[in-house]
Design a protein around this ligand. Structure first.
Ligand SMILES: *Cc1c(COP(=O)(O)O)cnc(C)c1O
Length: 376
C-alpha cells in the first residue's frame, strides 16, 4: 500500500470524486424539483476545491457557494459558466474583485446593501445580489427591522438584480427542534416584504426536514463529502474520504513503561506499540490523547481496530497494537478515517464535529483524488 505514497509524505487523504458526484446526484434527486447547489467553501471542506468543483460541475451542479471573495475568484477560474455566491458577502473594498470574477455577494446587512448599491450607481446598472434574512441564527443576515427599512427604500432595492433570498437554520440536525419551524416562518415573513426572488433555506441537514424546507434551491456542503450530521436518520450519501498515515516503527514495551509526553499512559501489560506519522500538526486533535485507563480513539492498523494511547504530539500518535493479529511493517499505512472509522466518530472522540475534523486535515497529507477505482 505504501507505494501509493510519495516517499517524503507522512500520509494520504484519498477523495473519491465519483462518490462526491454520486452524493450530489442523490441529494438533487431527493429535493427535485428544487435545485441542488453545492457549498465548496474552505477548499471544499479541506478536500481540494480544484478537483471537487469540476467533478460537481460534471455531475450537473450549476450553483456553487463559497465563503470569501478570494474563494470566489479561485472557483470562477474552474467554473466559467456556473452561478457563484459568496456567503460572507461584500468585504469592504472587495466589490471590484467580486465584479471581475462575476461572484454574487450574499448581502447580509443594510451597510452591505448600501455599498453594493453604490457600485451599481457607479456602473449605471443594477448588480446581481443575494440577500440573507436572519431568521433566528443571529449570525449573518438582515434582522426584521432592517428588512422593513430596506423595503421602504425602493431606490436601494432597484439597484439590486435580486437573484436569491436566503436564510440559514440553527438546529436543522434535530428534526424535533421547534426552532426549525419558527425559522421557516420568520423566513417567509421576511421574504414577503422583499421583491419576489428564488428562495433558499436548507443546507445538508435542512434538506432532510422535507419538501417544506427545500424552496427553490438547497445548499448542501457536508453531506456531499459523505458527512452524516442529521440526527433524524441517514442522509442518502456515501463516504468519500479515507485518511491514512505511515507506521514509522513498532516497539515493544514492558509492563509499567510509559508512553509519550508527561508519561500520560503506562503499559498495563507487555505491549506492542505502533508509532504513526500524524499528529496535531496534521489536524488530529490533541483532545484525542488517551491517558492510562481512558478509552482511546480507534484507528485501524493491519485492518484491525486499535486505540490511540498517550498524548497526541505534533507529528506523531502512538497506538496500542498488542491485540492486532499479524505482522505490522514499517511503512504500512494505518487508517485514521475510512471504512468503520467515520468522520463523525473521530469528531466525537475529539469533542468536536466531523466538519472540524475535515477542515483541519493539514497540508502534510497528500491529497489523492480518485475516480472509480483509479487515481484522477
Ligand atoms: C456552510 C454553509 C452551508 C453548508 O452547510 P452544510 O451543513 O455543510 O451543508 C450552507 N449555507 C450556509 C449559509 C453556510 O454557511
Amino acid at each position: 500500500m505504501a507505494h501509493e505514497l510519495p516517499p517524503g509524505a507522512t500520509g494520504v487523504i484519498t477523495i473519491n470524486l465519483d462518490a462526491v458526484a454520486a452524493n450530489w446526484r442523490a441529494l438533487a434527486a431527493l429535493v427535485a424539483p428544487a435545485e441542488c447547489g453545492a457549498v465548496v467553501k474552505a477548499n471544499a471542506y479541506g478536500l481540494g476545491a480544484a478537483e471537487i468543483v469540476p467533478a460537481l460541475a460534471r455531475a450537473g451542479c450549476r450553483t456553487f457557494f463559497v465563503a470569501t471573495p478570494e474563494e470566489g475568484r479561485a472557483a470562477r477560474l474552474l467554473l466559467p459558466e456556473a452561478r457563484l455566491f459568496a456567503l460572507d458577502g461584500l468585504f469592504p473594498g472587495a466589490a471590484p474583485l467580486l465584479l471581475a470574477a462575476d461572484v454574487t455577494p450574499v448581502l447580509s446587512s443594510l451597510a452591505e446593501v448600501e455599498d453594493w448599491a453604490g457600485e451599481a450607481a457607479r456602473l449605471g446598472r443594477p448588480l446581481p445580489a443575494a440577500l440573507q434574512i436572519d431568521s433566528g441564527l443571529n449570525r449573518l443576515g438582515l434582522a426584521a427591522p432592517e428588512i422593513e427599512a430596506l423595503a421602504a427604500r425602493p431606490a436601494l432595492l432597484a439597484a439590486l438584480d435580486l437573484r436569491l433570498v436566503m436564510s440559514h437554520l440553527a438546529s436543522a440536525d434535530d428534526p424535533a427542534d421547534p426552532h426549525n419551524e419558527a425559522q421557516r416562518t420568520a423566513f417567509d415573513r421576511g421574504r414577503a416584504l422583499l421583491p419576489a426572488a428564488p428562495a433558499s433555506l436548507a443546507a445538508s441537514d435542512g434538506l432532510m426536514l422535507g419538501p417544506g424546507y427545500h424552496y427553490d434551491l438547497v445548499r448542501p456542503g457536508y453531506a456531499l463529502y459523505g458527512g452524516q450530521a442529521f440526527r433524524g436518520g441517514p442522509t442518502p450519501v456515501s463516504p468519500v474520504v479515507t485518511v491514512r498515515a505511515r507506521v514509522l516503527q513498532v516497539r515493544t514495551l514492558e509492563t509499567g513503561a510509559s508512553v509519550g509526553y508527561s508519561a500520560a499512559w503506562r503499559a498495563q501489560r507487555p505491549t506492542r506499540l505502533a508509532v504513526i506519522a500524524a499528529g496535531y500538526g496534521d489536524g488530529l486533535a490533541r483532545a484525542l490523547s488517551a491517558p492510562t485507563g481512558a478509552p482511546g480513539a480507534m484507528v485501524m492498523v493491519a485492518g484491525q481496530r486499535a486505540p490511540i494511547v498517550g498524548r497526541v504530539s505534533m507529528d506523531l500518535i502512538t497506538v496500542d497494537v498488542t491485540d492486532v493479529a499479524g505482522e505490522i511493517r514499517r511503512g504500512d499505512l494505518a487508517t485514521l478515517i475510512g471504512p468503520g472509522l467515520t468522520i463523525e466518530a473521530m469528531g466525537a472522540a475529539a469533542g468536536t464535529i466531523g466538519y472540524e475534523v475535515l477542515t483541519r486535515l493539514g497540508p502534510r497529507f497528500v491529497r489523492q483524488h480518485t475516480r472509480g477505482g483509479f487515481r484522477a
